[in-house]
Design a protein around this ligand. Structure first.
Ligand code: RP5
Length: 170
């Protein structure tokens, strides 16, 4: 795999501080991705171009992040039959984040966006990798190792806490 199979897009460069967490996870898993800024409101033609050419360029999943009136994920989902994962971002024009969560989550029937938590770009990266891993054995194996490392971390912290003499309440 060297052609990007995942597209990470965001409404503004100011979203990068959140969205780079998706990129970091994909880098760890050695999954080729592309990353750019596409604004639904400021560059609608660019968004049309991105959404309508995504599949023919080899992408299999799109991760789209936006804040405030977060229309990018839903609009891109309307332009492609690829799965779109939406990342609501707490940005400078957010009230409290619910505005972007609901803008991305409450899609009409027929045009779903798989919405992760506020600023949940890392989970978006994980979910995108899992979609790729559905028919890619090498990626699936790396995801299994990742899940194992999560389990080991919890078991280790449980051992640490229990060593201090604390117990689950009786
Ligand atoms: C949204 O507006 C972007 O996704 C960003 O989260 C927010 C603020 O954009 P900037 O004014 O920082 O460019 O469309």
């Amino acid at each position: 795999m060297s052609t990007p199979v995942i597209g990470i897009i965001m409404g503004s460069q100011s979203d990068l501080k959140v969205m780079k967490e998706a990129a970091a996870f994909l880098e760890d898993l050695k999954i080729p991705f592309e990353l750019t800024v596409v604004s639904a409101h400021r560059t609608p033609e660019r968004m049309m171009e991105y959404g309508t050419t995504a599949r023919s360029r080899g992408l299999k999943v799109i991760i789209a992040g936006a804040g405030g009136a977060a229309h990018l994920p839903g609009m891109v989902a309307s332009l492609t039959s690829l799965p779109v994962i939406g990342v609501p971002i707490h940005s400078s024009n957010s009230i409290d984040g619910w505005d972007s969560i609901l803008s991305i989550l409450q899609m009409p029937s027929g045009v779903p966006v798989a919405t992760v938590a506020l600023n949940g770009a890392r989970n978006a990266g994980i979910l995108a990798a899992q979609i790729i891993g559905a028919d890619n054995q090498a990626v699936a194996q790396r995801l299994d190792e990742f899940k194992k490392s999560l389990k080991e971390k919890v078991e280790e912290s449980a051992r640490d806490i229990e060593k201090k003499g604390w117990r689950i309440s009786e």
